[in-house]
Write a protein that binds this ligand. Structure first.
Ligand SMILES: [Zn+2]
Ligand SMILES: [Zn+2]
Length: 139
């Protein structure tokens, strides 16, 4: 009999209509500065993620997926508007915002991606790793 995996992280939207558990260790936080994320979230946003099979929705009554590009979908709550998920259609990984996780997360920040697309109204002046485009080791 397979042993039940205990969740190592839990996340939720503002109203609780969307909540989830993750049963694998999750990587430290990467900040995405791409224009899509800055429109979607209001600014650069910190993401972590896991394999799709390690994430279980404990509530998805208000979850909606939006096809934001040919290769990716984004998940949000139709009730409170929290934007939580980014998922590349063809990969077995799902990204979610670090901000929606219950604390303590046990995470630190590790990198910035799409810094070439960063807004012209702020500086990225910390010592984290920086990548002009995507970073395949995000999850
Ligand atoms: Zn909600
Ligand atoms: Zn992005």
């Amino acid at each position: 009999m397979p042993s039940e995996k205990k969740p190592v992280a839990r996340g939720r939207c503002l109203c609780g209509g969307v909540s989830f558990e993750v049963t694998s260790e999750i990587p430290d936080v990467t900040y995405c500065h791409c224009k899509q994320c800055r429109i979607w979230h209001g600014n650069a946003v910190g993401y972590t993620g896991c394999r799709t099979e390690d994430l279980t929705f404990t509530s998805d009554t208000t979850l909606k997926w939006f096809s934001s590009s040919e290769k990716a979908i984004r998940g949000f709550c139709t009730e409170c508007g929290s934007s939580l998920f980014w998922k590349e259609k063809e990969t077995p990984f799902i990204s979610f915002t670090a901000g929606c996780l219950d604390e303590p997360t046990g995470l630190t920040s590790k990198s910035h991606i799409f810094v070439a697309s960063a807004g012209d109204y702020y500086e990225i002046d910390d010592t984290l790793q920086k990548f002009d485009g995507d970073h395949t080791e995000l999850v």
